[in-house]
Design a binder for this molecule. Structure first.
Ligand code: FAD
Length: 395
């Protein structure tokens, strides 16, 4: 039975990032276990959008630091062949008069104060960047040039490859069945391929975090929520790679859209999805009524999409916490246990920095940003990280 310095449970984009950062920080003896394959959990279902726009300032900082990694990916990984599939299209966000206007104004002002490159556009300038949309109702339009989208699966597998090069062992098809805890301290993990000893475990189990709650007896609030993603095709109004990601605060679904494949539109809602009773990532039904409803919202902003067809679609599951923000850091009461879960539909863009701070926390090093705001204790103290837009993945 082997002993490791650190064991990571889960090889999604977050666990793979932790593994890479552990190696980068000099950890020599690291094991990652995933019951499936690298990136095949919720990571493979991601829309991949990268922005620093958040109303929670701590998230802006995590996203900004992470953008620097995505924007410089192969050099950061010291691997010429590494790619995150970045399309640097920029990010536009628009609110009409109404309840979203002040939250947007305040969030943009806060981002500016944090030094994020930002522009305020009028309708004409917005149309130049996104000519397939109309902006007649726009009261405020923000534009972030340093933003876009990338491929979450590619990022997970690239982090994993770089971690392996750094000496990390990654075992796929290996299920963790429980933690071995002795006198309130982590002593190892019991798995489908045997027991392994360690004094430090990092759990990045996403929607499967309730398993960890069961092993530890701690309350780790999280709810699996299914969301639908549609790819629409419209001959008359192609959504090209040069057009920005667009967030429509005017739409009832707080839609986000981006180019898909260089001519289609990927679109999804930024509000609560279908609550599931169990953690499962199998594909769910997308009823025709739902497609018509979302299609109608798209056509309000993109008139030519009135006649668009649906090219493809899929569903994906968010790990939603009570305030739609992640839990990062040590779990009190169990020495040697670090958790990173609850990304609530916006964890990909944070994954490089989250991986780094969780690795630092696991190794007992100072963290690049304070993890206090993200602590599990906030659910009992009431210091929630609720965003200015209310519940939802804008956060
Ligand atoms: C539809 C959709 C759209 C999204 N769009 C965006 C977006 O545009 N931008 C953005 O920033 N984020 C987005 N996200 C969120 C982002 O993709 C996720 O936050 C991120 O991929 C989560 O990574 P993870 O590593 O936490 O989870 P996962 O990829 O789910 O990895 C968890 C892993 O843990 C493993 N595991 C769990 N329990 C065990 C166990 N007991 N033993 C062994 N292995 C175990 C699982 O097999 C799994 O591989 C989206 C998510 C979805 C679903």
């Amino acid at each position: 039975m082997k002993t490791y310095d650190v064991i990571v449970i889960g090889a999604g984009v977050v666990g793979s990032s932790v593994a890479y950062q552990l190696a980068r920080l000099g950890a020599k003896n690291v094991l990652v276990l995933d019951r499936g394959t690298i990136g095949a959990g919720t990571t493979s279902q991601s829309s991949g959008i990268l922005r620093t726009h958040y109303s929670v300032k701590e998230n802006v900082e995590l996203a900004r630091k992470s953008w620097n990694v995505f924007n410089n990916f192969s050099a950061y990984l010291e691997d010429e062949e590494a790619s995150c599939g970045l399309v640097k299209s920029g990010y536009m966000i628009c609110a009409p008069e109404g309840d979203k206007l002040e939250p947007l104004r305040a969030s943009l002002a806060q981002q500016k104060a944090q030094g994020i490159p930002l522009e305020f556009l009028d309708a004409k300038q917005a149309s130049e960047l996104l000519p397939i949309a109309q902006f007649a109702d726009a009261a405020l339009i923000g534009y972030e040039p340093e933003a876009g989208f990338a491929d979450a699966y590619l990022v997970a597998t690239s982090f994993a490859r770089a971690a392996r090069k750094g000496g990390v062992t990654i075992r796929e098809n290996a299920q963790v069945n429980k933690l071995i805890i002795e006198n309130g301290k982590i002593a190892g993990v019991s798995t489908s391929i045997g027991d392994f000893f360690t004094s430090t475990v990092v759990s990045t189990q996403n929607i499967w975090t309730p398993e960890l709650a069961g092993w530890t007896g701690h309350s780790l609030p999280v709810m699996p929520e299914r969301h639908a993603v549609l790819a629409l095709e419209c001959e008359a109004a192609k959504y090209t790679f040069s057009m920005p990601v667009f967030k429509d605060l005017a739409s009832p679904g707080m839609l986000y859209c981006r180019s898909y494949g260089g001519n289609q539109m990927l679109v999804s809602e930024g509000i609560a999805g279908e609550k599931l009773n169990a953690a499962e990532v199998e594909q769910g039904d997308i009823p025709m009524d739902y497609i018509i409803e979302v299609g109608g919202q798209v056509a309000e902003r993109f008139p030519e999409y009135e006649t668009a067809g649906i090219a493809s679609s899929w569903t994906g599951v968010y790990d939603v916490t009570p305030d739609w923000n992640p839990v990062l850091g040590k779990l009190p009461g169990i020495e040697g246990l670090v958790v990173g879960y609850g990304f609530s539909g916006h964890g990909f863009k944070l994954s490089p920095t989250v991986g780094r701070v969780l690795a630092q926390e696991a190794l007992g090093l100072p963290t690049d940003v304070s993890l206090r705001p993200y602590s599990i204790e906030r659910f009992s103290t009431g210091e929630l990280l609720v965003g200015k837009y209310g519940s939802g993945a804008v956060s």
